[in-house]
Design a protein around this ligand. Structure first.
Ligand SMILES: C[S@@+](CC[C@H](N)C(=O)[O-])C[C@H]1O[C@@H](n2cnc3c(N)ncnc32)[C@H](O)[C@@H]1O
Length: 377
């Protein structure tokens, strides 16, 4: 019986993750309550009257959940496993689902305790996959992914979520390699943002040779580096120094000035911003760039060092929506706490609404090559 949803999040962001899923459950008139522990890196939404959460996770758009990395519909009761021959108990539970699965993901919380299960999960997965194959439980046509969420090696919650309405990467964590020549680890934040917000098939159209970019708070240049790599011309605004090698590409103009007073001479294709400034302050600045017709698209961070993070996020996104709508600018806003984000979220605004990932009534298989690569059995 699916009467609970487990949602994985960044440790310390359980309250925000819980707040968001409750808002969505309320919108669906789904009576439920939350169970979570501080810094546990996961949250449970439990049905108050035994309603089916399997349906609920197809009604809520996963992409609307800013603080959720991954989710699964499962039972209130986790399964206690024996020390040996865990597989047969697991298969017994899986058989009660009466489903086949596109693939299987083994998860644990993003905590030190959780991470200690990584080796166990890696070793256990091939055995599970073989057993699933043997019992004809894997099918390329299934819309469901099977999940095993371990709290320790003898306790597991088994569940499902729709392949086209969940994170494509295991535990919502993209495996990105730090590029050797990039000036800072922040570069991975922008790379992840590009992969998350821009559909793979349109990335090379949306960021391409010769496009103009303004990077506010650019130093030492990790974000700028991502655009230079894609042959764009970047104006980097920061009083701090930019990486020498990046400047030697000839693709970057560095202006040592204040990002809040700088204005471009003409409209740029991309505005990006990664400054540690108050989120409302940044939101007003970004809104101004759009309403002054100074940029076509934007990706930026909102830092969240305050207590009321969810309320702040709502306030910022409402402000952006309102300002752009008042200016008659057709746009789509999406926000996510990316894996590489810390106490912050990343926001993407595209003027051309068509370009966003659509949700998701499409029939599977519909994953792109990147997504498949990350999810190989
Ligand atoms: C987190 S760092 C940016 C890192 C950069 N995105 C990267 O990938 O290397 C933030 C930068 O914002 C700059 N900054 C903060 N406030 C600024 C302002 N008002 N105008 C210009 N730069 C600012 C800081 O100097 C700092 O270099």
């Amino acid at each position: 019986m699916f009467n609970r949803i487990i949602l994985l999040c960044r440790p310390g962001f359980e309250k925000e993750c819980a707040g968001e899923i409750m808002e969505q459950a309320n919108l669906q008139s789904f009576p439920a309550y939350i169970q979570t522990n501080e810094d546990s890196a996961y949250v449970s939404l439990v049905s108050s009257n035994e309603l089916n959460t399997r349906e609920l996770i197809t009604k809520i758009n996963f992409r609307q959940l800013i603080f959720t990395r991954q989710w699964l519909a499962t039972s209130k009761n986790s399964l206690s496993l024996p020390e040996t021959n865990r597989l047969s108990d697991i298969l017994n539970t899986i058989n009660t689902f009466n489903e086949t699965f596109y693939d299987v993901e083994l998860d644990y919380a993003d905590t030190n305790e959780g991470k200690s299960l990584s080796k166990f999960c890696k070793q256990f997965k091939p055995h599970l996959v073989n057993a699933l194959k043997k019992h004809h439980l894997l099918s390329a046509h299934s819309r469901w992914r099977l999940f095993l969420f371990f709290t320790d090696s003898l306790n597991v919650s088994i569940g499902i979520s729709a392949v086209d309405n969940s994170a494509p990467d295991s535990m919502g964590i993209p495996r990105l390699k730090m590029p050797g020549s990039a000036p800072s680890r922040s570069t991975l934040k922008l790379e992840e943002a590009i992969h998350w917000f821009l559909p793979a098939t349109q990335q090379t159209q949306l960021i391409r040779n010769g496009m103009s970019v303004v990077d506010l708070g650019a130093a030492p240049g990790g974000w700028t580096w991502q655009f230079v790599k894609r042959d764009c011309l970047v104006t980097a605004i920061d009083n701090g120094p930019m990486q020498k090698e990046l400047m030697q590409t000839g693709m970057v103009e560095h202006l040592q000035t204040d990002a809040f007073t700088y204005a471009p001479k003409k409209k740029v294709d991309w505005l990006v911003c990664d400054m540690a400034e108050r989120p409302l302050h940044v939101s007003r600045l970004i809104a101004r760039w759009f309403t002054n017709k100074q940029c076509e698209n934007a990706i930026f961070n909102l830092k969240l060092p305050m207590k009321k993070r969810l309320a702040t996020v709502h306030e910022c996104i409402d402000l952006l929506q309102q300002k752009l709508t008042e200016a008659n600018i057709k746009h789509t806003i999406a926000a996510k706490q990316l894996y590489h984000d810390r106490e912050e979220i990343t926001v993407c605004i595209l003027i051309t609404t068509k370009l966003f990932h659509k949700n998701t009534k499409k029939k599977f298989p519909q994953m792109n090559a990147d997504e498949r690569r990350y999810n190989k059995l």
